[in-house]
Design a protein around this ligand. Structure first.
Ligand SMILES: NC(=O)c1ccc[n+]([C@@H]2O[C@H](COP(=O)([O-])OP(=O)(O)OC[C@H]3O[C@@H](n4cnc5c(N)ncnc54)[C@H](O)[C@@H]3O)[C@@H](O)[C@H]2O)c1
Length: 563
């Protein structure tokens, strides 16, 4: 067995690690020390010479060099990590899977005091108010440490060692948690093969004896039945209400009959509903949870990539009318969102590929690491290549997209809803507006193509967004908003992912008039003018002055392109 110690600088990873290793006759590995030994330089010198980015590359290599987790049941290696190592999703994937992990946590004042007395200067804390700097680091890193078992109160080493001994004697949890954050958008957990255990624990905490799943036949058959079986094996009663698969779930008549089933099951106010399925199921089940008994807790267990990276975050629930999509709905933040990447590995390839349209949009909003990840591994993720998924690329993709959306939605909530007077502060209001609107990159013409294709299997949402992204790039270049190199990079990425291929729209026989009519009905209007979200070198700009002639020309170009 391997034990990994994580935590802020000064939390005692090295000293506790040495002692727990000695107690068990295990080997002690200090990752920082091994980087220093390999490079012949101190961490401070490496930061000086190569910057933080250079150091992090060496750190990633040191983590990779640990190899596979030790399979023995007894403790054989103790690994003390650098405080920032688990910020990198690839390191967390390597360090948390198949290993025991413990977070040594202490008050910032204690950590600052220890660092003052330490012979090793910590580069990230140099020359700053130490307590403030530690608080800032702690806030930014908590979600990465929190998947590990938290041990608080580090003042005395003896009790810490005893607690570690006890933990090492307990059976493992099964599955891997990679990120854990308690936010106003719900508790967000991301990991692999952890959902059943986490669901059981959550339901126990909510003091409910029943797991009430709202699902649909496709998700249930693929993963839901198995997961429910694992929950039932823990002694929980399982109930299941099945809605129709796909967009057909998002109808008021479906909500009415599902509510009838909840009445027959006598579901009470405190009992959570578990939405297990893709985005359509999540929207419908979320609306059911928002309205049943005027609102009951909701737990999302998203089973498609669209639902994992997008629709389960943000609290929007909705059903469709004949007159349009998502016209009736409510905001209802879930109690928890359990994002288990093992649930999407069997998804049909087209579904995965299409979801990457949204991921490219997220990358284009300025996440350079997501951009690089998609360029390197996107095609493998779309194909379901087990080597690519196996080295953590899918989990990293999901995490980066989820967190980008969390930040936008939280900023919106915090600044518009939460802070009195924010609506009157034009700078704050403009920033919120830009953040929220930014998520619509690629969606103006994207929605136009999707609506004209009939919102069905002919053109999936992410596929339409990919065409919309090409359109936004071309319009942006013509207006001088998007640098040509940026547009080329976004379009090359789409091409590499086999998204929005030339000729794809002409095969569907979509009418230009229908696209432009749908554009006219688009939600993103300000005073009657469509607000176009266009890529810049590292984010987006909002423009309301895109000439109609240019929009038509780009639409023609995409509709008429031949392969
Ligand atoms: N609320 C929001 O913020 C938000 C954001 C984006 C999209 N959406 C909504 O999401 C919906 C699209 O979501 P979607 O693409 O997930 O579609 P979906 O929910 O219709 O699922 C697609 C298909 O995948 C099947 N499926 C589900 N899980 C599976 C699994 N693990 N393995 C194999 N098959 C599985 C389903 O049976 C279904 O046929 C749209 O209705 C859209 O409006 C909502």
């Amino acid at each position: 067995m391997d034990l990994v110690l994580v935590g802020l600088p000064g939390s005692g990873k090295t000293s506790v690690g040495r002692r727990i290793a000695a107690r068990h006759g295990a080997r002690f590995i200090d990752l920082d020390a091994s980087i220093e030994a390999a490079s012949g330089q101190t961490i401070a010198q490496l930061f000086e010479a190569e910057g933080e980015a250079g150091f992090r590359l060496r750190e990633r290599a040191a983590v990779a060099a640990l190899g596979q987790p030790d399979p023995a049941p007894e403790l054989r290696r103790v690994i003390a990590t650098g405080g920032g190592s688990v910020v990198d999703p690839a390191n967390r994937w390597a360090l948390y899977r198949g290993r025991r992990a413990v977070w040594l946590n202490g008050p910032p004042e204690v950590l600052a005091q220890r660092l003052r007395n330490s012979p090793n200067p910590r580069p990230l804390l140099q020359g700053r108010d130490p307590v403030g700097a530690i608080r800032e680091l702690a806030a930014g890193r908590e979600r990465f440490y929190a998947p590990a078992l938290r041990l608080n109160g580090l003042a005395q080493v003896g009790p810490t060692l005893e607690r570690l001994d006890a933990y090492l004697g307990e059976p493992g949890q099964g599955g891997t948690l990679l990120l854990s954050a308690d936010t106003r958008l719900g508790r967000i957990r991301i990991g692999e093969s952890f959902a059943a255990g986490a669901l059981r624990a959550l339901l126990e905490e909510l003091r409910t004896g029943r797991a009430i799943f709202i699902s649909e036949p496709g998700a249930w058959e693929a993963v839901g039945g198995h997961l429910a079986g694992q929950v039932a094996a823990g002694g929980m009663t399982v109930e299941r209400v099945l809605l129709p698969a796909g967009e057909a779930a998002k109808r008021l008549s479906v909500i009415e009959s599902a509510a009838g089933e909840l009445a027959r099951l006598r579901v009470e106010r405190g009992e959570p509903l578990i939405a297990l399925g893709g985005g359509a199921l999540g929207d419908a089940a979320g609306f059911l949870a928002a309205t049943w008994l005027r609102g009951v807790p909701l737990i999302h267990v998203p089973t498609t990539l669209v639902a994992q990276i997008d629709s389960s975050i943000g609290g929007k629930t909705a059903v469709d009318l004949d007159e349009g999509k998502n016209l009736v709905g409510a905001f209802h933040q879930p109690a928890a969102i359990l994002i288990d990447v093992a649930l999407v590995t069997g998804l049909p390839e087209r579904q995965r590929r299409s979801a990457l349209g949204e991921a490219v949009k997220m990358a284009a909003l300025g996440d350079e690491l997501l951009f690089a990840l998609l360029e390197r591994d996107g095609a493998g993720i779309a194909r379901g290549d087990s080597a690519v998924v196996g080295h953590g690329a899918l989990a990293e993709l999901v995490e980066r997209c989820v967190w980008a959306k969390v930040e936008v939605v939280l900023a919106d909530e915090r600044e518009a809803g939460g802070r009195p007077g924010a609506a009157e502060d034009p700078v704050a209001a403009a920033r919120i507006e830009a953040g929220r609107l930014a998520l619509n990159l690629g969606h103006s013409l994207g929605h136009g193509f999707e609506a004209a294709a009939g919102y069905g299997a002919a053109l999936l949402h992410g596929e339409a967004v990919a065409y919309g992204l090409r359109a936004a790039c071309r319009i942006g270049v013509e207006l001088g908003v998007t640098p040509a190199a940026r547009a080329d990079r976004i379009e090359a990425l789409l091409t590499g992912l086999d998204l929005a291929p030339a000729g794809g729209l002409s095969r569907l026989g979509i009418e230009k008039a229908a696209v432009l009519a749908a554009l006219g009905a688009d939600k993103k209007h300000a005073g009657g003018r469509l607000r176009w979200v266009l890529p810049t070198a590292d984010f987006v700009a909002i423009r309301t002055d895109v000439p109609a002639e240019l929009i038509e020309r780009v639409t023609d170009e995409l509709l008429e392109a031949r392969p």
